[in-house]
Design a protein. Structure first.
Lengths: 198, 198
DNA sequence: TAACATACGTACATGCATGTACGTGAGCGA
DNA sequence: TCGCTCACGTACATGCATGTACGTATGTTA
């Protein structure tokens, strides 16, 4: 096996183990020796691939973020209208979260709150852009009448994302009901008829 | 000041500081010296009032649980019908959560997941009874036709509580929109018309 | 008022996780 | 094939939070 191949393999193994560990225990309770052992290595390999614990966590966050946009964000925004985009986002997010990896974001957001920590700041940055895009979709839907009026779009977007995430985590991948229930949640927050949940 | 009075005062001060600390930093990241300082004491007082960190956390959980039932659970169950009870639960829970203290449950549930920790077990026990009571309400509402059919009542109850909690936390006490949005979420999960959200 | 109990502060010991320095063996170019 | 670099393991040092033992001062009871 060549060196670059070997290095990439161990790096991704460590990333996956770290993602699972972060979603289960959070950042503070995450023990790097456990992460390395889970991936089949020791802390030596981990500190060779990543500068420190924070660097590892940021790498995990970035990895989850990019795969999320690939599997959830982009397909949803390619929908023809705003309502379809928002419902698709809820459904795809649900499917995405069936892998426990997705709980990483939730766990870290809860853990760091509004603290001044690099990982927390990155999580906040990602969340803010997501909220902005959802708010834009909501405003578009309201302009063409497909979404009824209500609280400010930003507040609705916050509630939308929080509610979908909360429901998905509570259901913990209870397929196949999770997808329908997430759609119901999304429709409810937006003030749509229950028919949109089906 | 008499001794029992003095002791009760410091105990409640420590409990409140611990609740705030737990909701902000979680269990693992909670530093007992900070808790004591926030309450105006030192770790000596804390270890005199509570056996150890775990005992303190369990006391906080119990305190939050009883106040929750007093301010949210019981008033909601006194509603005449199942739908009113569930919507009232969502609204009252939102108001309850405007004090950041309520984030304690969410933070601890995320942190301990399904781990074998006394605090995690207690959180799970409380959550399970809540889910059961919600499921009972949903089944009652379906029997008399006020709630349309859908996924199993237990799954709906899980999604209901998770979505409301997620929305409330995301909104972070953005009164007054939070209450309306929580009601919308609740109605949506149950499959009701959007009119119930108003 | 004298003896005791209680509330709380202080100082020390322990464990544990992180980060770093160093050693080893396998690729890789000259 | 010789020397270098890279991937990884091992061993040590440091910091930090917990828990405990002990000291002190203020109520409390006889």
């Amino acid at each position: 096996m060549t060196q670059v191949e070997r290095s990439a393999r161990t790096r991704s193994a460590l990333l996956e183990a770290a993602a699972q560990g972060l979603s289960r225990y959070g950042y503070g309770n995450l023990v790097l020796e456990e992460v390395a052992r889970e991936a089949g290595y020791t802390r030596g390999a981990l500190y060779h691939q990543f500068k420190d614990k924070e660097d590892l966590a940021l790498a995990v966050v970035e990895w989850v973020d990019t795969t999320w946009w690939h599997e959830v964000g982009e397909p949803a925004e390619n929908q023809p209208d705003a309502v379809s985009a928002l419902i698709a986002l809820a459904r795809r997010h649900t499917v995405f979260c069936r892998r426990d990896v997705a709980r990483v974001m939730m766990a870290l957001r809860v853990e760091f709150g509004d603290q001044d920590h690099p990982v927390g700041r990155e999580i906040q940055r990602i969340s803010r852009t997501l909220v902005k895009r959802c708010a834009t979709l909501i405003e578009a839907g309201r302009r063409n009448g497909s979404i009824p009026p209500g609280p400010p779009a930003k507040a609705v977007a916050l509630a939308f994302l929080g509610a979908v995430e909360g429901a998905v985590i509570a259901l913990a991948g209870q397929a196949p009901h999770d997808e329908l229930l997430a759609a119901r949640v999304a429709a409810g927050v937006l003030g749509l008829d229950s028919s949109h949940g089906a």
